[in-house]
Design a protein around this ligand. Structure first.
Ligand code: ADP
Ligand code: MG
Length: 210
């Protein structure tokens, strides 16, 4: 079982969007997947509830015992944790449960600065785990035709974690698919930009498990 935690205490950074999309993307690549909603607001559970035929299993584990609670969950190829908006004991337990931590960050200095507490926690854990735990940033909700890319990547690299090559752009396809309890994999055409970037994200995440 490989546990991917999508974390950032900043609300609106795209955690739930990315967690739901990559869970479905992994599933469509033939893996068994469980999506864990660690946010008390229950956005991933709400998403799951919209469509009773939604093929992605979702459970809510929103207590600081998340890492222990996960042990009683039946074995899956991948568990994707949709992070909560607090850098509290709940985030710490998600960090403990994770094999790979994905930190979505919007390309703005305020959002980059706001990740520093989380990055400290993640780096402490990486040290304890002697490199067994991996973590990376992904630029999320980037606006087309803006040239903030390089500065953002440089600023993020100062935190000492890699930045994924894949960037997730701001696209209406994401909220549109979520509104009907689906993902872009179910609503867009196979060669759409949204499917291409989410597939690239899934594939890039998988390289951390090789
Ligand atoms: P978080 O879980 O980090 O709070 P969400 O995934 O809920 O973030 O995203 C916050 C809002 O932004 C939601 O309304 C969501 O639909 C929208 N959103 C997130 N990512 C994208 C994107 N790549 N393109 C367009 N809208 C997005
Ligand atoms: Mg969320």
């Amino acid at each position: 079982m490989k546990v991917i935690a999508v974390l950032n205490q900043k609300g609106g950074s795209g955690k739930t969007t990315i967690a739901t999309q990559i869970a479905r993307g992994l599933q469509l690549q033939g893996h068994s997947v469980l999506l864990v909603d660690s946010d008390k607001q229950g956005s991933a559970r709400d998403w799951r509830a919209v469509d009773e035929d939604n093929p992605v299993p979702v459970i809510g584990l929103d207590r600081p015992t998340l890492d222990k609670d996960l042990k009683s969950v039946s074995d899956k190829d991948y568990v994707v944790i949709d992070g909560s908006p607090q850098a509290t004991s709940l985030a710490i337990s998600a960090i403990k449960a994770a094999d790979f931590i994905l930190i979505p960050v919007q390309p703005s200095p305020y959002d980059i600065w706001a990740t520093s507490d989380l990055v400290d926690l993640v780096q402490q854990r990486i040290e304890v785990m002697d490199g067994q735990l991996k973590a990376a940033f992904v630029v999320s909700r980037a606006i087309q035709n803006t040239n903030i890319g390089k500065e953002v990547a440089t600023a993020l690299l100062d935190y000492g974690l890699p930045v994924l090559d894949t960037r997730i752009m701001q696209r209406v396809a994401y909220p549109n698919s979520a509104a009907i309890g689906k993902t872009v994999f179910d609503t867009e055409s196979p060669n759409s930009n949204a499917i291409q970037e989410m597939t690239a994200l899934v594939n890039e995440i998988k390289t951390f498990f090789i």
